[in-house]
Design a protein. Structure first.
Length: 173
């Protein structure tokens, strides 16, 4: 049942929404949640900011690390093939070798959105960008919608836990 719903939603995003503007825009949105981009952002905050913004950069680095390892573990356990492997007419704009579930990009996007919201108070902007990253992962053909939804939940949880831990450490010092 889940696979049927995932396939219908995948086909809608991957085929029905397909257009030349999205073909350019979606790979750019995907890149916003790439580990390298987020690491550069975090390092810039750590090296170029003070106080709370420096803490935000440290939390982002911790979140990138946690996201990577949690996602890798789940990909290994679930071992779900990518949509472009299971759906013959998938419009794959990228080829990735790891398993599909969960979406690491989406985990990182939502983790970063949660942390950045706590330090910059631009929640709607950060979460909109995170949702667009998730959409882009389906659009470019590398994830099912359930991969993205799970990634959003996991990333939000990681961000929440890191912020909670940092606040408890801050209050104990």
């Amino acid at each position: 049942m889940l696979m049927r719903i995932d396939t219908i939603l995948f086909n809608f995003v991957n085929h029905t929404c397909s257009n030349r503007i999205f073909d350019v825009l979606m790979p750019i949105l995907t890149w916003l949640a790439h580990g390298i981009f987020l690491c550069l952002l975090a390092l810039l905050m750590i090296l170029g900011a003070e106080g709370r913004k420096k803490i935000c950069g440290i939390l982002l680095l911790a979140g990138i690390t946690a996201s990577y390892y949690i996602s890798s573990f789940l990909k290994y356990i679930v071992a779900r093939p990518r949509p472009f492997i299971l759906i013959p007419d998938a419009h794959a704009m990228a080829i990735e070798n790891s398993s599909s579930f969960p979406s690491t990009h989406t985990i990182m996007a939502f983790m970063a959105a949660f942390i950045l919201t706590k330090y910059f108070k631009k929640g709607p902007l950060f979460f909109t960008l995170a949702a667009l990253v998730g959409f882009s992962r389906v659009y470019i053909g590398v994830h099912f919608v359930s991969d993205v939804l799970a990634g959003a939940a996991i990333g939000t949880l990681i961000g929440y836990l890191l912020v909670k831990v940092s606040k408890s450490l801050d209050s104990s010092v």
